[in-house]
Design a protein around this ligand. Structure first.
Ligand code: SAM
Length: 178
């Protein structure tokens, strides 16, 4: 069946170090929480990579942010399917079911301005609604479609575990990862 993936990685282009660290950090946190294995970040930003390394150390999982200086060679040489998220693309939910995804899948998101080459180099340009919103929202929905809704509970190797509670916060330290 089309539409489901096992390994998904993310490419974020147009990051502006020092100007939008919070948005790019949220993108990386979302990529990790919704099951992506890696996020390529152009240009590199050590602060974002370090932040995510610390989150992985505490909350587990197998995820890292890898800084790159050029995104076009990565996309040109990508061995699997690449999906560029853009409000101008085809509907994600129309495209996915009949798409013969080749692993690994790369999900590409832009910043304030998106270079035209991205539309040409990606396997498909897909939209999550045709309204302008956020790369974080578009990524979360797309990962949910590709990988399924993430399971509740700690990720492998977690040192900290959040225990669901109706009010307040309950976080426990774990002896060793699950
Ligand atoms: N004006 C920009 C453009 O040329 O596409 C929009 C940039 S938007 C602020 C930043 C990113 O959010 C886009 O590159 C895209 O990845 C994502 N995005 C925003 N709305 C989207 C939508 N409706 N569907 C899919 N992705 C979207």
């Amino acid at each position: 069946m089309g539409g489901k993936a096992r390994r998904v990685e993310v490419l974020r282009i147009g990051h502006r170090p020092g100007r939008d660290p919070r948005l790019t950090t949220h993108l990386a946190l979302t990529a990790r929480a919704f099951g992506a294995a890696r996020m390529y970040l152009e240009p590199a930003d050590g602060a974002v990579s370090d932040h995510l390394r610390d989150v992985v150390r505490r909350f587990g999982g197998d995820f890292r942010v890898e800084g790159i200086s050029e995104w076009k060679p990565l996309l040109r040489k990508w061995p699997g399917t690449s999906l560029h998220l853009t409000m101008y693309g085809e509907d994600l939910d129309d495209v996915l079911p009949s798409l013969n995804l080749v692993e690994p899948v790369l999900v590409c998101v832009g910043g304030a301005k998106v270079p035209p080459e991205l539309y040409e180099l990606a396997t498909r340009n897909v939209a999550v609604t045709h309204q302008p919103h956020s790369e974080v929202a578009a990524l979360a929905i797309t990962l949910d479609r590709l990988l399924g809704t993430p399971r509740a509970g700690p990720l492998p190797g977690a040192r900290m575990e959040v225990l669901p509670t109706p009010r307040g916060k309950r976080v426990v330290e774990r002896e060793k990862g699950p």
